[in-house]
Design a protein around this ligand. Structure first.
Ligand SMILES: Cc1cc2nc3c(=O)[nH]c(=O)nc-3n(C[C@H](O)[C@H](O)[C@H](O)COP(=O)(O)OP(=O)(O)OC[C@H]3O[C@@H](n4cnc5c(N)ncnc54)[C@H](O)[C@@H]3O)c2cc1C
Length: 302
C-alpha cells in the first residue's frame, strides 16, 4: 500500500508518522520550504519568533504523552498557566506549552525519518496512490478538486484570517507578562511575550490581529503592522517604537463545528484542525485518526 499525505503541518505529520510506524509506504508532500504549516517559527535577524500557533495545550492523554516525550528531550516545556485578559481578570488554570527553539522545531521532530518532499505544490489528487490525505484547511484542499463528500465538507468549513506582527524593541520595557487575550478590541486579539515563551528573554512581542483587521489588510499586511504595534503599546503602556514585521495567515482559524475527526470518500481523506477545537492538539489527533482508519481498512481488506 502507498499513501500520499499532502501537507506537512501537524495533522499531516502525525498521520504520516502513525502510518510509517505501521510499515506503510508514505510520502509527505509540502508546498512550503519548511515543515510545520501554522506551527510556525520565522527568523528575524538571528532569532526565531513564533508567528503562528502561540502555544499548545496537551489535555488529551495520547497527545500529552507526545508532549512529555518532547519535554524529556528538552524540546518543549509547560510555559504558563496564566494569561492576562484585557479587560478582565487573568485567565488561570490552562497549561500552555512552548518550545525553546520555537514551536516549528516540534514539527521538525515529527518529520524526522519521514519521506518529506518540500517546495512541491500539488494541484490535483495523485492518481497512483492507494490513499491520499489532504491535511490542510478545507479552502486549500478544494484547490486539488477532491471528490464529492470531501469537497462538500471542505466547502462547509468557515475560516478567519489573522495578521501576526513581530514587535522587536531595543530592550524589555514591560512588566511581568506571559501573554494576554484582548477582548472586544478592533485591532488586537492576543499579545505574547516571545522572549518569555522561548526562554531567551529577548525583547520581542508577537501580536495577533482580529479577523476584522486582517480582512481589511489581506492584500497588504504590512499596513496592519503599525496599527498592531500602536495597539500593543497602548495596552501595555510602552512608549518605545519597535521594529515591526508582519505575516499574513489567510486561513488561520476555523470556526469549530465538525464533531467528526476527518472526512473521507474511501480513498481521499481530509484532516486538520477544523475537525474539533482549532488547536495544534486537534490537528495531531485528526491526522492520527486518519492513519488509524486507513490501517483498519487495510487490515479488513487483507
Ligand atoms: C495566528 C495563529 C494563532 C494560533 N494560535 C494557536 C494557539 O495558541 N494554540 C493552538 O493550539 N493552536 C493555535 N493555532 C492553530 C494551530 O496553528 C493549528 O491548529 C495547527 O497548526 C494546524 O495544523 P494542520 O496540520 O491542520 O494545518 P496547517 O498547519 O495549515 O498545515 C497544512 C499544510 O499543508 C500545506 N499545503 C496546503 N496546500 C498544499 C498543496 N496544494 N500542496 C502541498 N502542500 C500544501 C501548507 O503549506 C501547510 O504546511 C493558531 C494558528 C494561527 C494561524
Amino acid at each position: 500500500m502507498n499513501v500520499v499525505v499532502v501537507g506537512a503541518g501537524v495533522a499531516g505529520l502525525s498521520c504520516a508518522r502513525e502510518l510509517g510506524a505501521a510499515g506503510v509506504r508514505v510520502q509527505v508532500v509540502e508546498r512550503g520550504r519548511v515543515v510545520g504549516g501554522r506551527l510556525a517559527s520565522k527568523r528575524y535577524g538571528h532569532r526565531y519568533a513564533d508567528i503562528g500557533a502561540a502555544y499548545f495545550v496537551a489535555d488529551d492523554p495520547d497527545f500529552r504523552a507526545v508532549a512529555e516525550g518532547w519535554r524529556a528531550r528538552g524540546l518543549a516545556r509547560p510555559w504558563t498557566d496564566t494569561f492576562q485578559v484585557f479587560p478582565g481578570e487573568p485567565a488561570r488554570g490552562t497549561e500552555r506549552w512552548a518550545a525553546g527553539k520555537g514551536l516549528r522545531s516540534l514539527a521538525e521532530d515529527l518529520a524526522s525519518g519521514l519521506d518529506v518532499r518540500l517546495e512541491t505544490t500539488l494541484s490535483a489528487i495523485p492518481a497512483d496512490a492507494d490513499a491520499v490525505v489532504l491535511a490542510m484547511p478545507g479552502p486549500q484542499a478544494l484547490r486539488l478538486d477532491p471528490p464529492g463528500a470531501v469537497a462538500e465538507a471542505a466547502r462547509a468549513q468557515r475560516w478567519e484570517p489573522v495578521i501576526a506582527a513581530v514587535l522587536t524593541y531595543p530592550e524589555r520595557v514591560w512588566g511581568e507578562l506571559h501573554g494576554a487575550f484582548v477582548n472586544d478590541h478592533p485591532v488586537l486579539a492576543t499579545v505574547c511575550n516571545d522572549g518569555d515563551r522561548r526562554g531567551d528573554g529577548a525583547p520581542v512581542l508577537v501580536a495577533h490581529s482580529t479577523a476584522e483587521l486582517a480582512r481589511r489588510h489581506l492584500d497588504d499586511p504590512a499596513q496592519a503592522g503599525p496599527l498592531l504595534a500602536a495597539a500593543a503599546g497602548e495596552l501595555l503602556g510602552i512608549k518605545e517604537e519597535p521594529e515591526v514585521a508582519t505575516h499574513r495567515w489567510t486561513f488561520a482559524q476555523p470556526a469549530a463545528g465538525e464533531t467528526r475527526p476527518f472526512v473521507t470518500d474511501g480513498r481521499v481523506w481530509l484532516a486538520g484542525d477544523a475537525f474539533g477545537k482549532p488547536r495544534v492538539q486537534t490537528a495531531w489527533l485528526s491526522g492520527r485518526a486518519v492513519a488509524q482508519a486507513i490501517l483498519a481498512a487495510q487490515s479488513t481488506a487483507g
